[in-house]
Write a protein that binds this ligand. Structure first.
Ligand code: TXA
Ligand code: MG
Length: 317
């Protein structure tokens, strides 16, 4: 294992990033959804550093990223239903909230003291290589200051933390929105967060409807705050055209000069991949952004969820 790079330096390899993480420091790494701010999930000081780096409320638990099903089995208890979802969707952008194994060595701060844990096996090969090289599960929220836009490139992570966080660069994220979160309690399943796998796809696999947790439900994800994923610019949704002074984010047609588009052809997969990158980009110059209506089916559920939170009233920052 090489010496970890000095703080302020980005790791040039999986091994160098693993050395940072084994030394109990945080390191951002690529996943197929968004970049994660990783730390050894079994090291209390390392996990604390995630919360401090992000300015994240301590009651908001973290997702535990595993290299493979065997590692996930050390962390959580799988019911037959959870097992079939894991078989079908892992590695991939699905997080399962399952009963925590109390002997797993996961520090309390990761689960915010809950008796459940969110686990996933990322599809990005560098993420799995990294977890394997560290030899421990990695706790990782999205690699942005709390409440801000999630990063889909290493450059966005560097910009938002002003170079204070080392980043392993794995290219732009292919999915572009966070994982879908399902709570599985025995045979019962509830969607806690819309994400990169459409609910319709999960329902097709299970052959039954998947209910969505309402805000305030006992099983709801504590992290689903009203204002979240926010650019600095003000956001106006379901806008057919920009008003004077607004930058415009189109959908289903090419961008006119000075505009952006989520997908010229109306492809929701492309729109999900483009969403955060476009908002990051527009936020550099715009103070007000108008966004075209986005259909609500399939991945449109996650896209509209992120846009609604990004547009929600918030403290001026
Ligand atoms: O795609 C993703 O999921 C990304 C990448 C890095 O993997 N991660 C991510 O993490 O989006 P974060 O921290 O931004 O969102 C995690 C969400 C929060 O809303 C949190 O409340 C919820 O997962 N969560 C985690 N553990 C939970 C648990 N035991 N019960 C309920 N919700 C949980
Ligand atoms: Mg996040």
């Amino acid at each position: 294992m090489p010496n970890p790079p000095k703080s302020g330096e980005n790791p040039a390899s999986v091994e160098a990033a693993a050395a940072i993480l084994r030394a109990g420091r945080v390191c951002a790494f690529p996943t197929e959804t968004v970049y994660g701010l990783g730390a050894d999930a079994t090291n209390p000081d390392a996990v604390l550093a995630i919360y401090e780096t992000k300015g994240r409320p301590r009651f908001n638990p973290l997702i535990v990223h595993c290299a493979d099903r065997a590692m996930a089995g050390v962390v959580a208890v799988f019911s037959p239903l959870a097992e079939s979802l894991a078989q079908r969707f892992w590695p991939g952008p699905l997080t399962l909230v399952l009963p925590l194994r109390p002997d797993a060595g996961i520090v309390d701060l990761v689960t915010a003291g809950l008796d459940t844990v969110g686990v996933r096996i990322p599809a990005h090969p560098l993420a799995r290589d990294l977890i394997r090289a560290v030899g421990r599960p990695l706790a990782a929220p999205s690699a942005n200051p709390s409440g801000r836009l999630s990063p889909t490139t290493a450059a966005q992570v560097e910009a938002m933390f002003e170079g204070r966080v080392p980043v392993l660069d794995g290219g732009p994220a292919s999915a572009g929105v966070e994982s879908t979160i399902l709570a599985v309690d025995g045979d019962a399943v509830t969607q806690l967060r819309a994400g990169a796998i459409g609910r319709d796809e999960i329902e097709a696999v299970l052959g039954r409807p998947v209910p969505v947790a309402a805000a305030g439900d006992p099983v709801a994800a504590p992290g689903m705050l009203a204002s979240h994923y926010a650019p600095r610019a003000r956001l106006r949704l379901d806008a057919d055209a920009p008003l004077p002074g607004e930058a415009y984010l189109a959908f289903g047609r090419p961008a006119a000069p000075g505009e952006w588009t989520l997908s010229a052809t109306g492809d929701l997969r492309e729109a999900a991949r483009t969403l955060f990158a476009a908002l990051h980009e527009m936020d550099r110059t715009a103070t007000a952004i108008a966004v075209a209506p986005i259909p609500r089916n399939g991945l449109g559920e996650a896209i509209n969820d992120r846009l609604t939170r990004a547009a929600a009233p918030r403290d001026t920052r």
